[in-house]
Design a protein around this ligand. Structure first.
Ligand code: ACM
Length: 506
């Protein structure tokens, strides 16, 4: 039994960090604070890191619970941290109960090494406190990547010192449509927000302390209306005013370039000019200073080619570079950025559209339009992260009758749980290119943290098992019975969740 007399034994800085996480959890949810010491003799929780398992099993840990002690041993410091998360999962959910843990012996390791969750803060800005909470949710589910979608048509969210207008102008829109696109009116409220570089450094450290890497996404060449509103020269048509989508009710000034107020895909995209490439390289220089991640996500999805088609500059460039067409121009764009980032020791991730016109040589593909992009990329021996819409888009409705507005789509818990990130079409030789999977949380119809929580829970818990459990060990009924306890844990966290929409067809 754990009591205020139990000592957490942690030797070294990393073990102390994990011990601190556990102690903060005890303090916040059970009102006890334990002593953290380097040595003890009885009644302890000991966190140790040592090479126990074979190469490639970095995230493996073991845990042994006896009447007087709990031993957690990880293959790496991150793995020890995962053991701590398992201990947390074994704690009783009722605060008044004694802190008894079942006597267990666990050897555990994840099926996939990339275990991600994305958050779109472009459509709706989310405050730093919530971003940290979201990172805690990722940690509590033993996942290890936070994909931070920082730039969009509706808002630019990261301070870039060299281009102050990105946040002065690009982080604000003058209103937001009401209801489904194109909406039935506009709320006429200014909607603003961005993260300062100091805040970003703080969040990056917060995540690193939880063994989570943040992958920043700077979208290009599409989804760039907010940047263009700040610096119109980024467009091939700097003097044309921003087009307002049909049926959208606009709020405020509609002259010149504007930050978009509704959702969807817009034609005014980055022009592949030297001005744009210099701008993007400068932006990426600052991004690389802030994020130690080896990967930078450069977007690449949903870039209409209509402006490039009617631009004399683009047509000349296509000829001059000997490109086939506008798809070739997109490929040229991404490859040029990849080359720049590779020269700085970074790798790119792009949405599966970057396969069109020829994939950049070292790119990792995020497969979102189903699994086909991921399958094609793996067959070309490129790494792949699976994020197919019909399995892991957490902006889709959980039940057929949702209480609130969602973007559409339908993704009950059972479908998430039964997802297998290895597509049947890939033989075992090519399966190794599938690094893992990620759920995407696009926030067009999530204007606040409560709604985000409602959309991710309980589906995030199902995704965690997709990423950790071997296929033959998964059982949805068994998961559902354990989920009853997890609901109490969500209550304990004071987290919103949706207990409906469990089975297919509901
Ligand atoms: C995407 O959902 N447009 C990647």
């Amino acid at each position: 039994m754990i009591s205020s007399k139990t000592v957490i034994v942690a030797d070294g800085e990393d073990a102390k960090k994990s011990a601190g996480f556990l102690n903060d959890y005890f303090n916040e949810f059970y009102g006890i604070k334990l002593k953290i010491a380097e040595k003890t003799t009885s009644n302890f929780i000991r966190l140790t890191t040592k090479k126990l398992f074979a190469e490639g099993m970095n995230d493996a840990y073991s845990m042994n619970v006896s009447p007087s002690s709990i031993n957690i041993e990880g293959n790496t410091h991150g793995a020890t941290f995962y053991g701590v998360q398992t201990l947390i999962q074994l704690l009783p959910v009722d605060k008044s109960e004694k802190l008894k843990i079942p006597a267990v012996e666990i050897d555990d390791y994840p099926r996939f090494k990339y275990r991600g969750l994305m958050l779109d803060v472009g459509r709706h800005f989310m405050p730093v406190d919530f971003v940290k909470k979201y990172i805690d949710f990722i940690a509590l589910h033993k996942m290890n990547r936070f994909h931070w979608h920082l730039t969009e048509d509706q808002g630019w969210r990261i301070e870039i010192k060299k281009y102050p207008k990105l946040t002065e102008t690009g982080s604000c829109r003058n209103g937001t449509i009401i209801g489904h696109h194109p909406g039935n009116g506009n709320d006429n409220e200014k909607n603003c927000g961005y993260y300062t570089q100091e805040q970003i450094k703080d969040v990056v450290k917060y995540a690193a302390d939880r063994y989570i890497t943040i992958i920043p996404e700077i979208e290009m060449p599409g989804h760039s209306s907010a940047a263009i509103a700040a610096y119109p020269q980024l467009s091939c048509f700097p003097d044309e005013k921003t087009k307002i989508a049909k049926g959208v009710t606009w709020s405020g000034d509609s002259t010149g370039k504007q930050v978009q107020q509704s959702w969807g895909v817009y034609e005014d995209v980055y022009c592949p000019s030297e001005y744009t490439f210099n701008f993007l390289q400068d932006v990426l220089d600052e991004v690389m200073q802030l994020f130690p991640s080896e990967y930078i996500h450069i977007g690449g999805d949903e870039c209409p080619k209509s402006n490039w088609k009617r631009s004399a500059f683009c047509q000349n460039l296509i000829k001059e570079k000997g490109l086939k067409d506008e798809e070739g121009l997109q490929s040229y764009f991404i490859q040029r950025i990849e080359k720049y980032l590779n020269s700085k020791g970074k790798k790119i991730i792009g949405w599966d559209e970057i396969l069109e016109g020829g994939i950049a040589p070292n790119a990792t593909i995020m497969s979102w339009r189903g699994e086909s992009g991921g399958i094609a990329a793996a067959k070309q021996h490129h790494n792949v992260i699976m994020t197919p819409g019909s399995y892991v888009y957490f902006d889709h409705a959980q039940s057929k009758k949702e209480d609130s507005l969602t973007i559409g789509g339908y993704l009950p818990l059972e479908t998430v749980y039964n997802y297998n990130p290895f597509p049947a079409e890939l033989d075992s030789a090519n399966q190794k290119y599938v690094l893992g999977a990620q759920a995407n949380v696009w926030t067009e119809y999530m204007s606040n943290p409560d709604k985000v929580e409602y959309m991710i829970f309980p589906r995030l818990s199902a995704l965690s098992e997709v990423l950790w459990s071997q296929k033959q060990d998964k059982n949805f009924d068994n998961f559902l019975s354990r989920l009853q306890t997890q609901y109490h844990r969500y209550d304990q966290w004071k987290t919103k969740y949706n207990a409906k929409g469990i089975h297919k067809g509901e």
